[in-house]
Design a protein around this ligand. Structure first.
Ligand code: IPE
Ligand code: IPE
Ligand code: MG
Length: 242
């Protein structure tokens, strides 16, 4: 992101305001090279840096990355703890760079369950970048789509300003972790699986889905641009006749 590059308005004109990604395949990438799975997660951080930079360069305003699901707690304790350590290191390494580039970082999901030194870093990164008006980067950490919908439902009911008001799609969606952000136009899943794995279940209702076998640590800027170009060739109808 450092150097000033001419930003491309093309994708915005084609209606890409928000890209969501399921960053899958780190473990298999490592295993294929005879390395421990955590090495795959470490390498995956480099791909995160690349996609943030490319999204920013393309002037796409929202990017949401699935980093840890509510189901990922089922993994062996050493992998879970190793991932927490990688998140801590990544925040320490990139916080200033993100802020200097006007990136607004938000964590979606539940902060409960994480070690306090990670929660502190997550909160201070959100506070540091709160006023930034460049790319909004949502990091889905301890995130599950069903959990998010249930939490939103509870928040709606607890909000006294809703007394007597109708719950409809417009009034409800504001209580989701993504608030007033537009829904993702494009979902990219790396790593070959063709499922949503409890990701953004409400928000992905009408997103275009793109699956690639490329493992996340190998996902390159060319691969990203291939997915964006594929999106441009799609006809979105939203149930109408287009
Ligand atoms: C995705 O990679 C990253 C996280 C879930 C944290 P995986 O760890 O799921 O990699 P594979 O699917 O086992 O290869
Ligand atoms: C989805 O990947 C979660 C993240 C990328 C953070 P998983 O590897 O956990 O998904 P499943 O288990 O294959 O569905
Ligand atoms: Mg996986």
């Amino acid at each position: 992101m450092g150097e000033k590059r001419e930003r491309n308005h093309e994708y915005l004109e084609f209606g890409i305001h928000h890209v969501a990604m399921i960053m899958d395949g780190n473990g298999r990438w490592a295993q294929a090279q005879g390395k421990p799975r955590l090495e795959g997660h470490r390498q995956g951080v480099e791909t995160v840096r690349m996609v943030v930079k490319e999204t920013w360069d393309e002037k796409i305003p929202f990017l949401t990355l699935y980093s840890f699901s509510t189901e990922n707690w089922r993994r062996p304790i050493n992998e879970v703890q190793g991932l927490m350590q990688i998140f801590v290191e990544a925040i320490d390494r990139f916080a200033n760079e993100l802020h200097q580039n006007q990136v607004k970082v938000r964590f979606i999901g539940k902060k409960e369950g994480f070690p306090s030194h990670l929660i502190e870093r997550m909160e201070s990164l959100e506070n540091l970048t709160e006023q930034n008006r460049g790319l909004t980067l949502n990091l889905a950490l301890n995130y599950g789509g069903r959990d998010e919908i249930l939490r939103a439902f509870r928040k709606f009911l607890q909000d006294s300003s809703n007394q007597g008001k109708e719950m409809n799609e417009e009034t409800f969606r504001r209580y989701l972790d993504t608030g007033n952000q537009p829904d993702p136009d494009l979902l990219i899943r790396t790593g070959g699986e063709k499922r949503l794995s409890n990701y953004l279940l409400w928000q992905l209702a009408y997103s275009e889905l793109y699956f690639t076998d490329v493992l996340w640590p190998d996902f390159s800027s060319q691969d990203y641009h291939r997915a964006l170009a594929d999106f441009v060739s799609r006809k979105r109808r939203f149930g109408g006749l287009g």
